[in-house]
Write a protein that binds this ligand. Sequence first.
Ligand SMILES: [Zn+2]
Length: 423
Amino acid sequence: MRRLRTCRFTLTAGRVGRLRIALAVLAGLAGCVTPGGVRPQDFPAPVPVPISPPDTPALVIDRTRVGPLALLDQHVLPGSRARLLWRTGQNYFGADLESPVLIVHGARPGPVLCLVAGVHGDEINGVETVRRVLSEARPEALAGTLIGVPVVNLFGYQRGSRYLPDRRDLNRFFPGSRSGSIASRIAHSFFNAVVRQCDALVDFHTGSFDRANLPQVRADLSRAAVRELARGFGPTVVLHSPGSRGMLRNSAVEVGIPAVTFEAGAPTRLQEDEIGTVAAAIERLMAHLGMTAPISPGLTRPDWGSDQPALFYASRWLRAEHGGLLISEVALGEQVEVGQRLGRIIDPLSDRIHEVRSNLAGRMLGMAENQQVLPGFALYHIGLDSDLRSSPDESEPETDAPEENGSDAREREVSIDPEPEDG
Ligand SMILES: [Zn+2]
């Protein structure tokens, strides 16, 4: 659809072998090298990519053409992989910072799926997820293209920090501007150099600040194209979340690229279970998008089991009412009931113990790790049991108004308050 229009080669899937040979000959004649992504002399320069209108009804893929992928002033041949470099800006010494962009360009036509991590530099589960998915993809068997960016916020990644050096959150500055703050410039560069090339985008995150998230897709389910994308992850938890201005996924959706956030685990940790779960969900998504073929002729895809996502249209945070040491008694993914004790907050000086009881019924989508907490600290993020058949438009609007706690003699520890999405 949007890409490869600069390409002179438009062939059908059945002619890919001949295409590769012809391109190799052309490359040789032109004195250029291709699969590794060395700048060829013979290809026309990329032209600006037209922007799709917002609210694209569904992912529409032009399946009639396959050719070299033009990205970051390079061309990558069908059926090959490449490691390109995106210049993210300059460091304190004035030197260019370059972040790897991994490409697996399939031999057959299909969508361009972008997998992006490290927008928050301390959220490293996604960094390994992107590397793993891209390294395991087989270009000769792939229909379409994988573009993987393991680390978008190199400054933050180098320092193990969520933020940029000026304390700005990069995920509030998309699509950015050429002349704004450092966050805005990095966002602008990344959005135009990479994001606009995508047909669909998944942005990997974790909980923030010593909180962990159950692996879950966050998506604006009021958008048809996003809803369709979110369906592709199989039996993954999907939480409806409109997101907020400046987030990468919101900005992508605004220019017609369906995008979701995939949250899994906690920051600063490398969690094998979460990485495996997310990688498997991406594999499901690729199958859903028609990017992966049966292993060999006559064999069908593995039995994936249920295809139904666990949908939540609303969620609430439960916050601490006392300061102290939090010790939880629940686990991520657990179903909790009204009145259930979720944990205790222990005052280490007075030896008082405050119970934290739920005044909600639902599933534990995110929670604080055991730690010191102050009153107001967001402890438990609960996906609400509700009529899951209802549409997002019918779900409860998020509100700052705390629910009445009542005068329970047991000193309920919680109030209800939405937490801004930490993606
Ligand atoms: Zn994040």
